[in-house]
Design a protein around this ligand. Sequence first.
Ligand code: MGD
Ligand code: MGD
Ligand code: SF4
Ligand code: MO
Length: 843
Amino acid sequence: MSGTNLTRRSFLKTTGAVAGASCLAAGSFGALRAFADDGDEKPGSGEQLFNCNCRSNCMGSCRLLAHVRDGKIVKLSPGGYQEPGYTGCCLKGLSYIERIYSPTRIQYPMRRVDGTERGAGQWERVTWDEAIAEIAQKMQDTIDQYGPKAIAFDAASGNYGYINGVYGLFPRLAACLGAIKTAACYDYAAGHGIDRVLGTGDWQYCNEPNSVLDSSMVVVWGTNPVFTHPHSWRWIQWAKEKGTKVVTIDPIKSATAHRSDEYIRVNPGHDGYLALAMANYVIEHDLVDWDFIGKRSNGAFLVRQDTKRHLSTANWPAESAAAYAAAVAAAKEKYAAQGATAVAAAVAAIPVDYYVWDNATGAITLIDDAQDPAMEGSFSTPDGIALDASYGLLKEQLSQYSIAEAARLTGLTEDFIVEFTERFAAERAVSVNITYGLDHFLNGYQNTWAIAILMALTGNLAKPGAGFTGVFTTRWSPETLGLWVTKEYKGLNATIPFGLMPEIVATQSLNGKPFPMKVMVSYCANPASNLGGQREFLDRLLPNLDYYVVIDMEMTDSARYADMVLPATSWYEVEDIRAGYNNPYTIYQEKAIEPLYESKPDSEIAYLLGRALGFEASFPEGDGIEKWAAILFSNAASKAKGLSLDRFRQEKVIQTTGTPGEAYITGMTDPFKTEKGRVRLYTDNPKPRLDYGQDLSDRVDGEHLVYYRDPEECGIDNPLAEKYPLVYLQEHSRFRVHTQWGRVPLLRELDPEPLAKVNGKDAAERGVTTDDLVEVYNDRGHCVVKCLVDESIAPGVVSIPKGWQRDQFIEGGYQEMSQPGMDPYPSAASFYDARVNFRKWEA
Ligand SMILES: Nc1nc2c(c(=O)[nH]1)N[C@H]1C(S)=C(S)[C@@H](COP(=O)(O)OP(=O)(O)OC[C@H]3O[C@@H](n4cnc5c(=O)[nH]c(N)nc54)[C@H](O)[C@@H]3O)O[C@H]1N2
Ligand SMILES: Nc1nc2c(c(=O)[nH]1)N[C@H]1C(S)=C(S)[C@@H](COP(=O)(O)OP(=O)(O)OC[C@H]3O[C@@H](n4cnc5c(=O)[nH]c(N)nc54)[C@H](O)[C@@H]3O)O[C@H]1N2
Ligand code: SF4
Ligand SMILES: [Mo]
């Protein structure tokens, strides 16, 4: 493979031993090798090699090679990348073979036996024709009685293929029907908070993992990359070898904390306050990076006291405001027929400029014309509009966040916070490695918003080695919308977060208005197991749903409660393409073997249903990956890169983000997609991630400036602490990705059963020790599991690694006690914002 930067390659050569060690450290054990310069494994005798990839949501997207003999996969081995530092996979990837040939795989369509309870496990085999006819009939009857919005298609994160995964072709069917495509609600708080500052949307805030080689310090803040994104951890470990300081902030001394230079233990749920107190200290002690704040932030933009919006050519002076309003009206009229997205894009494209107070002239001036923009102070337009400079407003807002209160909330000492803040501000380049430990709280977006403000004030953005890492995602997007919009398109209703479904189905209403919801189809998702506060799904959603279809490879918690179960193909039985996670590539999946049993790809199932429902024009016989890939690669972004299915079939892996040999840096490689490309110390127009008609009127004025809010349940001052003294976390396990790989024998040997991990102090107080059975409980539910006393867990915390299914517990399930609530701004799940207690289990 070519196109590799020599410096980086030779750097890796010199650290080959480290590569091996880190890969082992990254959750992979001896079966795994690190492949610095080795290249791809050769086929064994009689074997044919197929190019494949891991499509789970592990934030790795490893390229794998399937060794096929006589139509059967006999082995999987890691495939190489142009940049060898991204090569390597984990034991889950290699053991996927046990999932393909698992005796527990769903083999044919199955219908719940008439008259038996949901979940009773009584199934009858049906043909595909019968299954499709029954589902289509139920959908048609539902539409006739309640309208198409009474049907919901639900996908979460089971498969990141563009054709058969969570993007896929079911939205095309939903759009023809005018049905609901629920919006995913996992992991959306972190990006929402960072977007307030960086304008990077839900997923595009991170730098490429290799950027940490240029960092002087990496702060691993509420994430456990050694388990959950080993491909970002490996670069951190290489940076550490070169002298980069690695600090981990976590209530649990995680595998990552154990491998860091410094571990900072905090109480869960209060990191946002810590970051704001640090930011306040930075301002009060003049540690601000004025060069960055002056040139790259909106600190000088003026805020109107009347509307709380920036003073801009869109609203001042009157003639300019009128011209802007006319341009908006024209864009709306011109693009109305193309839908809301097209209108929004056209409105966003209307140029707007921003005013500042120029100290040099003592007048209001457009930012680019000002010589000495005021960062603080109150001013007025000649026509009497009162104004404040944005930075000054931020400074005032932050002044309420004290080091003393940060110490009280987090459990750190004041001296330590001061010392750490001074170090943080003095570093040359800080990368904050962040994923979803801080996200899974009801104040999740306030946590990451606060950290983004701290990064901005200290100038740790948009330069080599500075910014966020952890969930680096593609900056190229294919034309997925094109897969869904056909001539029979009625509308794609994709704004209802899945987490609201229990409430909607139980009450048959949304926002207090009637909203019949009767039929649900889950694919690439296991919501009965993965949605917070499990009893919501079991007791409120399921009993009030007329009909539930699950498409999967395994009898998951969700499949067990379905009325109809359809067998999905495994990842190796279909051709597909997926974009990389924590690497800059897009990876091709060859069809390595024929679909086993009666399984079918999701795309084919969508087509069968589409035709059965009368949409022959949108779902004609004979459509296949050639057509869909042509649509995906039809947009300008794909054309600019010369992408095509043929190229993927030949080259297997194509770099679709950044430049070979260079680290992609957000806000540097490409500008921030913010007003004037500047990071926001004040957010002009804070919007919720999804607009499903929720009322935000009492919140909106408070969303311009970063602020702290206590977590809903787990905070140290929460009155529930008396009854439930322990905060309940559910770490992501190195042995599963959510519920996937949960029944792989090789992995169950290493991790046989669920465990409640507790600190020795909490165990002793309850007369419990390792291997005792305990009941972990709160008002929402309970489970019975084996206890593990583990001093890595902070006192006051219980962790049950997530992903086990209900039948793997002695009673109940780990998900019963987690938090089901969602904040209406990010519409994001908040599992960890929960309290529990535990006691010895006397069966
Ligand atoms: N092997 C494996 N890899 C995975 C997954 C998997 O299930 N298994 N899941 C994938 C997915 S979809 C996701 S979202 C990611 C999740 O990846 P991570 O975010 O890394 O996973 P978590 O285990 O949720 O949390 C990370 C750390 O945050 C800490 N934490 C919890 N609360 C707080 C807090 O209040 N403050 C601080 N500072 N730390 C806190 C936890 O103790 C934990 O050590 O992993 C992805 N990768
Ligand atoms: N308590 C608690 N719960 C959590 C979390 C937590 O931290 N704590 N984390 C949450 C997070 S961050 C996430 S991202 C979610 C993940 O939630 P999900 O996305 O539901 O996670 P998976 O368990 O990976 O389930 C996906 C299902 O898709 C199936 N699948 C895989 N490939 C295909 C395919 O090609 N076709 C079809 N039809 N099915 C396929 C798999 O077999 C699996 O059953 O879990 C969330 N749940
Ligand atoms: S689970 Fe993650 S690290 Fe393991 S092979 Fe799959 S993508 Fe790679
Ligand atoms: Mo996730």
